[in-house]
Design a protein around this ligand. Structure first.
Ligand SMILES: Nc1ncnc2c1ncn2[C@@H]1O[C@H](COP(=O)(O)OP(=O)(O)OP(=O)(O)O)[C@@H](O)[C@H]1O
Ligand SMILES: [Mg+2]
Length: 265
């Protein structure tokens, strides 16, 4: 097994710093989740540092979405420790979880816009849910516009999702994720289903957003090119564990067959 840079213990409840002084924003330890005999996660560990772009790769069905759902409390893990922004997710009640989620942007697999709402209404939606973070009387218009400008789509304000291309929908979904100025963004397959040029545009947007707001990002992808461009560090999810960790350069030259399999074209 090839589990390097193994993750030491983090003290509960407080954001610890790593030796380089970076804060830990997400900590997962020994996460386990099975569906009957299907043992999906078998002791998965992960750490995301502030301001970092961390890519997680794993083949289809390896448990990436399950892991991310456990992370935000949409799915209950069988066991394991999950801490996000200093909060232990499994101990939070609904209201506390909602407050925490206002700091977590989640770009779902697919764009998941509401088809019956205009772009503007789609973007206003998370703001209504998280009024306390924004202040009850916040003027939504400039925030909607700023978020759309960030993805180059200010002109689509009053369009319906069906009037947008696939790449545009993805960008609107990204704008909707940004609107609450999240500290952490979780991307589940941000480039899947897009042509290579549009995928590249989305990747560039993710990078510019990360720079502009110093967000920390967890990026789940199959897309090796996306991983190469955007990752500072990568984790390979194999057999339900963080099988290998390292930079793109380290992992792509690794001779372990299970690691090599990811980088074969
Ligand atoms: N709600 C559920 N009930 C039962 N099994 C589930 C459920 N959700 C996921 N699974 C199973 O867990 C495994 C991992 O699924 P998951 O969606 O996490 O894969 P993934 O790595 O995200 O794959 P992809 O790259 O295709 O998105 C699969 O075998 C799937 O069938
Ligand atoms: Mg998935």
């Amino acid at each position: 097994m090839n589990q390097r840079t193994h993750i030491p213990y983090v003290k509960n409840g407080t954001l610890q710093k790593d030796p380089e002084g970076r804060k830990v924003v997400i900590e997962i330890r020994d996460l386990r989740k099975s569906f009957g005999d299907n043992h999906v996660l078998n002791g998965f560990n992960l750490r995301l540092y502030e301001g970092e772009n961390l890519v997680i790769m794993g083949k289809s069905g390896s448990g990436k979405s399950v892991m991310i759902k456990c992370l935000v409390g949409l799915m209950q893990a069988d066991s394991g420790y999950i801490e996000v922004l200093g909060k232990e997710v499994n101990t939070l009640d609904r209201a506390q979880l909602d407050t925490l989620r206002a700091d977590i942007g989640f770009l779902f697999q697919g764009s998941a816009l509401y088809d019956s709402m205009t772009v503007r209404e789609n973007l206003e939606f998370p703001m209504r849910r998280h009024k306390e973070k924004l202040g009850a009387f916040a003027d939504t218009e400039p925030m909607v516009l700023e978020a759309l400008e960030n993805v180059g789509l200010a002109h689509t304000l009053d369009l319906m999702p069906e009037e947008l291309s696939g790449g545009m929908k993805r960008r609107v979904a990204l704008a909707r994720t940004l609107i609450l100025k999240p500290k952490v963004i979780l991307y589940d397959e941000p480039t899947s289903g897009l042509d290579p040029i549009t995928a590249k545009e989305i990747i560039e947007l993710m990078r510019s957003i990360q720079k502009k707001y110093n967000t920390s990002s967890l990026i789940i992808t199959h897309d090796v090119d996306c991983a190469r461009v955007i990752s500072e560090r990568m984790v390979l999810l194999v057999d339900g564990i963080n099988y290998a960790e390292g930079t793109y350069a380290e992992l792509s030259s690794d001779k372990d067959p299970k690691v090599e399999a990811f980088f074969k074209k």
